[in-house]
Design a protein around this ligand. Sequence first.
Ligand code: DGJ
Length: 766
Amino acid sequence: MIKKIENDGGTYFLLQNDSLAYLMRVRGGKLEQLHFGRPIAQEDCAALTYPPNLGWGGSTLYEENDPSSCMDTVPLAWSGSGFGDYRESPVELQVEGKPLASDFVLKDAAISDGIIPISSGLPGATGGSETLVVRMAYRGVSGLQLRLYFSLYPTALTRRAVLVNETAKSVVVTKLMSVLLDLPGDFEITTFDGGWIAEAHAHKTAVSRQRVVNESTAGFSSSRHNPGFLLTRPNTTEFHGEAYGFNLIYSGNHYASAQTSQQNLTRVMQGISPDHFAWEVKSGDCFETPEAVLCWSDKGCNGLSRKMHRFVNENIIPHAWQYENRPVVFNNWEGCMFGFSESKLLFLARRAKRLGCELFVLDDGWFGQRNSDRAGLGDYSVNRKKLPDGLEGLSRKIHNLGMDFGLWFEPEAVNPDSELYRAHPDWALHTDGVPDLYGRHELLLDLTKSEVRDYIVDSVSNILDSADIQYVKWDMNRQSPLLGAEAHAYIVGLCDVLRRIFGPRPEILLESCSSGGNRFDLGMLCFFPQIWTSDDTDPIERLDIQQGLSYLYPQSTMSAHIAAAPHAQTLRKTPLSTRANVAFFGVLGLELDLSHLLPVEETELASQIQFYKAHRETFQFGEFCRNDAEKGAVCWQVAGDRKSVVGLFHRLVPAAPGYEWLRVGGLHGAKCYRVTCCPQLLRVGEFGRLIGHISPVPIDPNGVVLRTADHRYKMADAAQSFTASGDALMSGVPINQRFTGTGYDKRLRMQGDFGSNLYLIEEEPV
Ligand code: DGJ
């Protein structure tokens, strides 16, 4: 519900549902930010109003005779410059090259049902219940107006701003945030930072008088700094305390900052990065910001993530794919790279099908002269040497095997060594007077040009219509040379392309990819239900990557594949059990050359995929929880209807590890649960010469006997099953011992480095 309340204190706006409350008051035309958090009673308006401030020495007054009108000290829901608030401004404007102070005051406000869609071409959330539009007029220049939009969703609130220019002159926007608010008290900020193959590592720091900035200037939202971030109270944990979540429905350069003031208010803002930004708003035009998302919980970071996940699943993901099971994919990239033939692909498809995969994805290298990353990008005509029957023939053969078929594209980029570039060098982005810079030997196409967008729309659409294609992986692998407003125009162009190609084809499952997670953001998720989380498929690296993203995004959005070991990027050798156990907490796929699988690996992979499918809804859409674990360990839980699956992961093993407890969240205290440690198999060869300790006969650790046994037989590991109450499980129950050098016992968890276990927790019938 959104309400306008008039009482002695003035005019208030209360936006409230079961999940949160947001309260503002209008005073002197300014919007004061009184409360954001726990739902409140309407009568609380008075209590939550800040007492009139009686002035701090040296302050500038907005109204000469009103000592309480010092805007520098008031908590605001919007600000500007030139009216006495010297904290960071959310808006900076210029007219004829000169800075224009921005003093906007409330003109009127209207409440409407549902949402008011963004008209600039950017995507937005859907399914909001109500929207408040506050219109603010510029005090100095008549005809300049700012509209602030506040929309209410079941678990979040969104905000955005629109500058409307009805003056006779152009106004240049150099900064316009989507949201600003002043929150009371101290916070810590957690950002999700990294780079290629190391995305979204969580970093927490105290918010202080020095401004903390979370920003991308690479042209995309970037793996350097994900746009989403958290503000938490210093004592907040995963399970307890207040946590605020922020994110932006935007895939371009973004900016957010947090800073405390002398009056113990924390100013937070988020929007498009102002770096080199200058957008001309001509007379009669307007400029719209992307939508910012605000979320709150008093149940710790896990509580916040649950709300953010629900918002993404219900209000961001395209309608046709909301809560739709995602298929188990086989992707040929890490297995083949550019070197494949139709017969190799069909061989892989047959094996993948036998293991339980449902969708075969042909990655890079199927078109033009694309035999390495140096050539061919841009030329979407099938390479008949590799695929003599074309895509139509291949997709038909894959379907005949009983699998769906998916295809990779990188339509936004071009290799200079391509037919497209030779015909249209001007379609690529160049910087005047400066030599081209290449990333992965490619240049970006200029998506601000309509002829380029038309080419992409036509060429991708034609391919999609030429074969039976159920899935598209849309890749993009380079930073943009565009700065500021041009980089923003590129993103608007990209949205146009995506809408035109996929709007008429909603049944195609889309996966976004940008060298892995360079575009893991809500802007992409409005088009793509899932994202290639990282080019790093090493499960131990994925513990940090998937855990970081889990604060903001649900498992259904994180594509996670089982890859080969030793791993291509880390050379780490990780057991197949752990490779699967980590990938289960996302949208599962396989990405390795299946021609060299050992019989034991085939059996294990098939049973892993079977297990995933049996619990797929829980893995993809269950409530995710980061549980407490012993130092260095990671414990994830997904909770579905009357069952949970818990993954307990270790990195390096200590010698003689002590007791370990399974501590889970979100159960009913009084209910009884059956806990089963999911059976895992242990390769005989893991033991090398140690096999001599348990074998009655001498065995050569390098000999053919052990090698044959290793390829065919496995030993049972970590067998454990018991019942416990929800209370006991939430307090922590001791689990089977880990290997301590005292020989084999099937109850032991024989983990070694990078070991893990899965626990299935099922509610017992009463
Ligand atoms: C980069 C992606 O992240 C990979 O998964 C793969 O699709 C390659 N591009 C193909 O060139």
